[in-house]
Design a protein around this ligand. Sequence first.
Ligand SMILES: Nc1ncnc2c1ncn2[C@@H]1O[C@H](COP(=O)(O)OP(=O)(O)OP(=O)(O)O)[C@@H](O)[C@H]1O
Length: 392
Amino acid sequence: MNSLGFDKAPQDTRVVVAMSGGVDSSVTAALLKEQGYDVVGITLQLYDHGLTVGRKGACCAGQDIYDARQVADRIDIPHYVLDYESRFGQSVIDDFADSYLRGETPIPCVRCNQRVKFRDLLAQARDLGADCLATGHYARRVAGPTGPALHRGADPARDQSYFLFATTPAQLDYLRFPIGHLPKSETRALAERLGLAVADKPDSQDICFVPAGNYAQVVEKLRPGAVEPGEIVHLDGRVLGRHDGVIRYTVGQRRGLGIGGRRTPEGEELDPLYVVRVEPETRRVVVGPRTALARDRVLVREVNWLGGTDTADVPVTVKLRSAQPALPARVSLTADGGAVVTLTQPQYGVAPGQAAVFYQGDRVLGGGWIVRAEASPALADAPIPAGAGTAL
Ligand SMILES: Nc1ncnc2c1ncn2[C@@H]1O[C@H](COP(=O)(O)OP(=O)(O)OP(=O)(O)O)[C@@H](O)[C@H]1O
């Protein structure tokens, strides 16, 4: 069996590599080529910053495409650039804008993997007669008794499995993550050794189509007039101030509320306030003390379950934000395709629109989109430990 899991020689195995122009997918392509595979590189033109910042054509996406082409030339593989801008717009960017307007905090990278890379690009790879589609994701595909399982990337600082929770078993069957077992430092060292010009290229930033992290500006451009000011209201009903649009707030947020508050002579906040709820219908941002954020039941929709037949009250750890650790919980699938997650310890800052991703050890058991979080009656009555949990 070859390193991609096929019973044939590498030169008889065609693999399409999704090449972003970054270090990870460049090394992926170069390693496979070095191992003798029949490698075809594809780079997707996904967006144009002109759409989002107003300078049509002045796009870093162009630089990335150029970088991917340079790598393909260097390692001598065919390389295609496909215009996926309209699909990406419909499947990812529209959803991103609408989700913010619904008061949520979306994760477009999951939608991109689910709807663009692993649906449309995957179909394209099949059309090209490829045996599999490889990406530079830091995740692992581990053979198991009932087919491949999705595991975290070996480098905990780089693990991207959270963003891959929606990958179906059929997609996983066709996918390969050839660098998922490497630490990033080794990927960069490999890029040096392989003579790739992108070896020192900085890591890509958060959301590829949002320049400098200014997502609110992007939403305003995409939905002109839809972002309206409103009130910042305390849970007790007091109006504390005004805001420029609910899209600027996420549950658990403390900084940037601009409503002051009492401070010690040293400038420390005495009773800091957090965003407890975002209400797009009334255009209100509701704030309260940290204790008001405690939640131990999370309702999730559109669950992709990769955990086999056991679907009721399964012990898991769950990640509720990409940058937070996985927490002990139990998950129960519901008949409507969702799940109820019961946390062992309350969390502070669970935001609708983020993903809840379930793990058993390193294995991804599935995940879904957070609809809302609640405090169970037991929690509502319990004293809250000072400083427990995390908030933004
Ligand atoms: N525009 C694109 N065209 C083709 N494939 C892409 C594109 N963007 C991302 N990918 C694929 O998806 C993977 C993950 O993308 P992401 O942007 O999350 O990762 P990254 O860590 O920045 O990876 P890289 O260093 O390869 O850019 C990439 O490694 C690549 O295989």
